[in-house]
Write a protein that binds this ligand. Structure first.
Ligand SMILES: NC(=O)C1=CN([C@@H]2O[C@H](COP(=O)(O)OP(=O)(O)OC[C@H]3O[C@@H](n4cnc5c(N)ncnc54)[C@H](OP(=O)(O)O)[C@@H]3O)[C@@H](O)[C@H]2O)C=CC1
Ligand SMILES: CC[C@](O)(C(C)=O)C(=O)O
Ligand SMILES: [Mg+2]
Ligand SMILES: [Mg+2]
Length: 337
């Protein structure tokens, strides 16, 4: 099945420049969208609750900040970039009362629409512009004249122009420089959750920590284990990013390539693949969403415990010391927001 990919020439920035956009939330994605839209000549207002710790950041960066309800009332396009677990209450209390025919509600991830937690009225456009990368890189790439690819989807096309508006928005944040792929809320939500759980975040972090543990428990120096299992991973992934697994294999030694081909499938074996399928099933059935919403409503007891355990893993202390010797590595996350 071939996908539709849109680039800058397929998108009319004027469509979004003609609208007022409310960006609700000013975290990783919110700051990136708001600053890049503004730099693209779009009229942007930020929606944040009174007392939000993001307010000073947005104001320092010259943006006008209102409450979510005020911002939603003023705007033609409301982009929801608050945490997924906060969006349902935010929508009910501040956005729904300020929707009207002709307006559009946009999302950066399809969680709340896919799992039926938010149900917008039929008279508004419902669309998604979901960058396939962390917000701080979305902003950094835009500022460098590049872009992070994104997914665009239309759930509801009340105006008949929802896709064109979403593409215009994607252009405003640099997405169409790299390519905007047309998808659905369901496909984006399920693949995004699977990717972050099984491969990008959950899978990669567990692989790195486990490799570090095996080496250090066998008596090897933590510093050597850190470079081998974490630091060098970026250099290897950079080659995959540039030219696929084939380019990485071209660049490594024959010895490494033989080890890769003969041992890799023993690490990621059929048991791991079966577990990945199970994780995908929990996403597709809504089990993961129900678990995460309940965990959030209970005050996040497991989330907080697992976060603290991760932060206390010995690889973090080793990494802090080593990165201190490489000033070019430790780029502050607060650089753009
Ligand atoms: N992180 C990423 O790179 C990616 C995220 N996404 C999606 O983007 C969305 C936003 O995620 P992310 O940027 O990570 O979120 P963050 O946690 O980084 O930021 C959330 C922002 O929303 C604010 N906020 C919290 N509660 C409310 C509320 N009730 N009303 C309005 N604003 C609120 C926070 O303010 P305060 O500072 O006061 O907490 C903060 O500014 C999610 O749907 C996520 O799935 C999609 C692609 C990648
Ligand atoms: C990989 C994590 C992500 O899906 C992302 C940065 O794209 C997220 O939800 O933060
Ligand atoms: Mg993602
Ligand atoms: Mg995600």
């Amino acid at each position: 099945m071939s996908v539709e990919v849109y680039y800058d020439d397929d998108a009319d920035l004027g469509l979004i420049q003609a609208k007022k956009v409310a960006v609700i939330g000013y975290g990783s994605q919110g700051h990136a969208h708001a600053l890049s839209l503004r730099d693209s000549g779009v009229d942007v207002v930020i929606g944040l609750p009174e007392g939000s710790k993001s307010r000073p950041k947005a104001e320092e960066q010259g943006l006008r900040v209102l409450t979510p309800a005020q911002a939603a009332a003023e705007a033609d396009v409301i982009m929801v970039l608050a945490p997924d677990t906060a969006q349902r209450a935010l929508y009910t209390e501040s956005i729904a009362p300020n929707l009207a025919p002709g307006k559009a509600i946009f999302f950066g991830h399809g969680f709340n629409i896919r799992y039926g937690l938010i149900k917008p009225p039929a008279e508004v456009d419902v669309a998604m512009v979901a960058p396939k990368g962390p917000g701080h890189l979305v902003r950094r790439q835009y500022a460098d004249g590049k872009g992070v690819p994104c997914l665009v989807a239309v759930e509801q096309d009340a105006s008949g122009n929802a896709l064109a508006l979403a593409l215009a928005y994607a252009k405003g944040i640099g997405g169409t420089r790299a390519g905007a792929i047309r998808t659905t809320f369901t496909e984006e939500t399920e693949t995004d959750l699977f990717g972050e759980q099984a491969v990008l975040c959950g899978g990669a972090a567990a692989l790195v920590q486990t490799g570090f543990e095996v080496l250090t428990e066998a008596g090897y120096a933590p510093e050597v284990a850190y470079f081998e299992c974490l630091h060098e991973l970026k250099l290897i992934v950079d080659l995959m990013y540039e030219g696929g697994i084939a380019k990485m294999r071209y660049s490594i030694s024959d010895t490494a390539e033989y080890g890769d081909l003969s041992r890799g499938p023993r690490v990621i074996d059929s048991r791991v693949k079966d577990e990945m399928r199970k994780i995908l099933g929990e996403i597709q059935s809504g089990e993961f969403a129900r678990e995460w919403v309940a965990e959030d409503e209970a005050g996040r007891p497991n989330f907080t415990k697992w976060q603290a355990e991760g932060a206390a893993h010995p690889i973090e202390e080793t990494g802090r010391k080593l990165r201190g010797m490489m000033s070019w590595v430790d780029r502050p996350i607060t650089e753009t927001a």
